[in-house]
Design a protein around this ligand. Structure first.
Ligand code: BGC
Length: 759
């Protein structure tokens, strides 16, 4: 009772202050305890007209940049007019203190209630200081470094006025053809969940209201990474078991770790577009998971429901999306045009609007925008934080740690600093744009350190031949690339240099703009004439180190069989050349492990380590088992795989199942080689028989350790019900008794095994 009186008192105070001090946002500043925030939201909601509430649910692109096709703007002829009327709750793609301040002033000073705006932007792998693409960062398996990378991105983004990033993308994907695999953490749910949490912590920090932390947004809810045939925006046909066990857990982990916002997705799930999917957004996200933040649509995803054949017009888009729990409309113009009338005619319950607005306002309160709407508008920060030396140091560190050594025959690597006659071949070796990768919207053009520049810093014995002209890049948005498929004229130059060199570093792969949104591929080979050039150079000199720069797993089967050393460098960001050179010369001993399986051929895709066993697993001599007649079932390189310049020995696997609620697994790992180095120790389980078939292997623990030469360390893991259970097709989490196999090792294919019985 006392509590009720106290809250009534606070509520009336809040209401009073709202009415007294004109309608500016400062009326609702002050303490930000959860209770007081709810009271303030209630007070504010009561003052808002229906139109103003709907305004909060509307997000506009800020004209200066676009990340998607602009839908017809007939419903928002003048976005500024809408802004001044309080019909806009958030904008995206407006950056820079001056521009942000200008729009924020309009919202705060010129609207009736002065509710500040959210400023969203795709801060995906760095803001200005571009770090490796997210798939590459995932290959580091280094959670604290991934968190730091997100932290520096938030430091820079918040310094230019941004308070909300559309990241991390936590879509699990098993299909390397899908261009957006570059933006996620790969194929594994467990690793993907941990990385998602690390990124959220990095963006949001410990105090969301600080001026250097920004709201995160997990996306795309849900199933976007399961686009059929890897074609972007395609239908996702997902079983409930896959949905609950593979796709949803990273989102659930994000919600459990206080992620402020969730973005839905373009795709259809089980016949219903994600944007209008009540089962996903209302039943699971806001229902079962008790999520308190808001859901933003993807760019125009509401409008696209007309093309999907789900909504007949924009009005129905508004109705279906609002009812299904899509709280904010990004660039569909549906809510601002039709929601008011839908509520007034009784088609949409105003309570749903209130709920959506409450969620949006809550995030604004959490960010401290009502206390100081300009807290992200500090010119001094804008000057000092961008490209801060400590940010560059993190970018270099994570670039080195993201690289995966795929092959190193006869220890050809690391190169000696005194190595004579080093040839560097390949257009990508001298490219200052491609290594930045896609989704680097704010990057300054052409500011990556090239491989050639990096190598020249460490050696004076380097010569360069570009070889075939790989691509032509159009630098303006949307940065299309044209692949050279015909002009072989550079091959002669490459071969001539190879002939007079002792060692050749060939830098091949994909252009940074060949992956990312809308960049699906039907082939996974080296694009253009690169394979032809590789074989021509190999015919002249076999002493080749292949450095791959790419945004997705590639089926480089010929190279894997013939080239003695291969380093997967991905698109490592601004410090690319330095990081690659330091790895090649052994200043850093590679420690990355693949977060996604590399196929031998595109016909094997989707290929992933944690698949089920068929009833005919084989291998068998006769034909009737689950296999291809023209290709092995094995991948080119499995999930979790990656070499080091040193070697690690695993022994002493011990399983202690005395306490069934915490099964202890330990292993001894020893550095047996001639270099100190890091190893990612991985633990996999297999539930031998369960009421829902479980995968052959599932990652359930990992630890990255550093071992000096000859050093051994014991690594301990704890398996609780959280690791041993699974979801059935009604979304119920089950932990069942029975035998479990355990494997601890250096990849999903190599390790030492044991068994225990769960009672
Ligand atoms: C993408 C989202 C992105 C949004 C805003 C869309 O095209 O799918 O991931 O956040 O654009 O830029």
């Amino acid at each position: 009772m006392k509590k009720n009186i106290a809250s009534l008192f606070l509520l009336s105070l809040a209401l009073l202050s709202c009415t007294q001090k004109k309608e500016t946002s400062s009326v609702i500043s002050g303490t930000t305890s959860p209770d007081s925030i709810e009271i303030k939201i209630t007070a504010l909601l009561q003052k808002m007209t229906l139109e103003e509430k709907i305004g909060q649910m509307n997000q506009y692109n800020g004209f200066w940049d676009a990340t998607g096709p602009a839908p017809s703007e007939k419903n928002a002829k003048n976005k500024y007019e809408h802004l001044k009327k309080g019909l806009v709750g958030a904008v995206l793609n407006v950056t820079g203190v001056e521009k942000v301040r200008k729009l924020q002033e309009m919202a705060v000073n010129e609207t009736r209630l002065g509710i500040p705006l959210l400023f969203g932007f795709d801060v995906i792998h760095g803001y200005k200081t571009i770090t490796p693409i997210p798939l590459a960062e995932a290959a580091s398996w280094d959670l604290s470094l991934i968190e730091k990378s997100a932290r520096i991105a938030a430091e820079e983004a918040s310094a230019v006025g941004i308070n909300w990033t559309f990241a991390p993308m936590v879509d699990i994907s098993r299909d390397a053809r899908w261009g957006r695999v570059m933006e996620g953490a790969g194929e594994d749910t467990y690793l993907g969940s941990k990385i998602g949490i690390a990124r959220i912590k990095g963006f949001q920090g410990n105090d969301l209201s600080a001026n250097n932390t920004i709201a995160a947004c997990v996306k795309h809810f849900a199933g976007y990474g399961f686009a059929e045939s890897g074609k972007d925006y395609n239908t996702a046909d997902i079983s409930l078991s896959t949905l609950y066990n593979v796709i949803l857990p990273p989102f659930k982990a994000a919600v459990d770790n206080n992620v402020q916002t969730v973005m839905n997705s373009f795709n259809v799930v089980d016949g219903i577009p994600a944007t209008a999917n009540s089962f996903l957004q209302r039943d699971i996200l806001k229902g079962k998971w008790n999520y308190k933040g808001f859901v933003v649509s993807d760019w125009g995803s509401g409008l696209e429901m007309i093309d999907h054949g789900y909504a007949k017009d924009l009005k129905q888009v508004a109705e279906l999306s609002a009812k299904a729990g899509s709280d904010m409309d990004m660039e569909s113009y549906a809510y601002v045009a039709h929601l008011k009338q839908l509520v007034e005619s009784g088609k949409v319950d105003e309570k749903l609007i209130d709920d959506a607005v409450r969620r949006i306002l809550r995030v604004k309160f959490e960010l401290g925008l009502f206390d100081d709407p300009y807290r992200y508008c500090n010119l001094q920060n804008e000057k000092t934080k961008i490209y801060a030396p400590e940010h560059m140091a993190v970018a270099l560190d994570i670039a080195r740690k993201s690289m995966v050594l795929l092959k190193n025959e006869k220890q050809i690597l690391p190169l000696s600093k005194t190595q004579k006659n080093i040839a560097v071949i390949g257009a990508l070796a001298n490219d200052k744009s491609s290594p930045l990768g896609n989704w680097r919207l704010a990057a300054d053009d052409n500011n990556a350190i090239t491989v050639l520049e990096g190598l020249q810093k460490l050696s004076t014995n380097v010569s360069f031949a570009r070889g075939v002209n790989f691509v032509t890049e159009k630098t303006s948005f949307p940065n299309e690339v044209q692949i050279n498929e015909t002009d072989t004229s550079g091959i002669g130059e490459a071969v001539a240099l190879a002939k007079k060199s002792d060692i050749i570093i060939m830098v091949l792969g994909e252009h940074g703009m060949q992956s990312g949104e809308g960049r699906s591929r039907s082939r996974l080979d080296l694009p253009g004439l690169q394979q032809q050039m590789l074989e021509a150079v190999y015919a002249a000199n076999k002493n080749i180190v292949l450095v791959l720069m790419n945004g997705r797993p590639l089926a480089v089967t010929w190279a894997a069989e013939n080239i003695p050393a291969i380093l997967e460098a991905w698109q490592p960001g601004m410090l690319s050349g330095d990081a690659i050179a330091q790895v090649l010369f052994g200043e850093y001993n590679p420690s990355g492990k693949l977060p996604m399986t590399f196929p031998r051929s595109v016909g094997q895709v989707p290929i992933y380590y944690n698949h089920y066993s068929t009833g005919r697993p084989g291998p068998k001599k006769e034909v009737f088992w689950s296999h291809y007649t023209d290709e092995t079932n094995k991948p080119l390189y499995p999930f979790g795989y990656g070499l080091s310049y040193t070697s690690f020995q695993y022994s002493n696997l011990k399983i202690d199942d005395g306490d069934q609620s915490k099964i202890k697994v330990s292993v001894l790992v020893k550095n047996k080689g001639k270099f100190s180095g890091e190893e990612v120790v991985q633990l996999y389980i297999r539930d031998k028989a369960a009421s829902v078939v479980r995968p052959l292997k599932e990652l359930k623990g990992f630890e990255k350790i550093n071992l000096s030469i000859g050093e051994a360390k014991q690594v301990d893991f704890l398996l609780t019900d959280a690791e041993l259970g699974f979801y059935n097709s009604t979304g119920q989490f089950l932990v069942e008794p029975g035998d479990f196999e355990i494997m601890v090792g250096s990849s999903s294919e190599k390790g030492i095994s044991g068994v225990f019985n769960k009672k």
